[in-house]
Design a protein around this ligand. Structure first.
Ligand SMILES: [Zn+2]
Ligand SMILES: [Zn+2]
Length: 205
């Protein structure tokens, strides 16, 4: 890919500054025909972004380009891509790849795969470090791209890619999506307030 403009943290100060990155597609060689090239339009900010750029989890691999609530438009697709075409409105969340063949991946729990590749600050199989959504474009395997509903604005929908799914998934998994059930939410932060919105949509009390 061509060089891509990005914002990166170079140390634990918490400041981001412009950086030109080159997106690696090396790790996707085996899947490259199923890759989707995407122009990034919006990206949310998650508290995990702050933890990582300030190295509070002691795992920052500087320079860090954060951002894993990414709303985008597809610009190009590989010849084996079946789910998307150029112009589609899509999102990418916290992960961009996994082994795609273990029991966890087969069950749709790629987030528990031992070979998960996070959207940024993660090491690709080719040894390069992934960069997140605070940049102009990215290439992602279609398995890790989701479609935005036509009626959902990209800017307002972007936070669903991390804050949203982080509460939506357990609510669905544990049956907390039934009308009339009671639900309690501790803490109305980035995730909690979205949980309240989901609970309302599920017609919970
Ligand atoms: Zn997040
Ligand atoms: Zn796996």
């Amino acid at each position: 890919m061509a060089p891509t403009a990005a914002l990166a943290a170079r140390d634990a100060s918490g400041h981001l500054a412009p950086l030109t990155i080159t997106r690696s597609t090396g790790s996707y060689c085996q899947f490259i025909c199923a890759d989707v090239a995407i122009k990034i339009l919006y990206c949310g900010i998650c508290h995990s972004d702050l933890h990582i750029i300030e190295n509070e989890w002691n795992n920052a691999m500087y320079p860090v380009v954060p951002g894993h609530e990414i709303a985008r438009v597809v610009t190009e697709v590989g010849k084996n891509v079946t789910k998307f075409k150029a112009g589609d409105r899509v999102g990418v969340g916290c992960m961009v790849n996994s082994c795609q063949s273990c029991d966890r991946c087969d069950e749709g729990f790629e987030n528990h795969c031992r070979s998960i590749i996070f959207t940024y600050n993660s090491v690709d199989p080719d040894g390069t470090v992934t960069y997140g959504g605070y940049s102009r474009s990215v290439v992602v395997h279609e398995r890790f791209v989701v479609r935005f509903p036509d009626a959902m604005p990209l800017d307002q929908g972007a936070p669903l890619l991390c804050a949203g799914i982080t509460v939506y998934s357990p609510m669905k998994y544990h049956g907390l999506n039934a009308p009339g059930k009671h639900v309690g939410v501790l803490g109305l932060g980035g995730l909690g307030h979205v949980a309240v919105k989901f609970a309302k949509a599920f017609r919970m009390k």
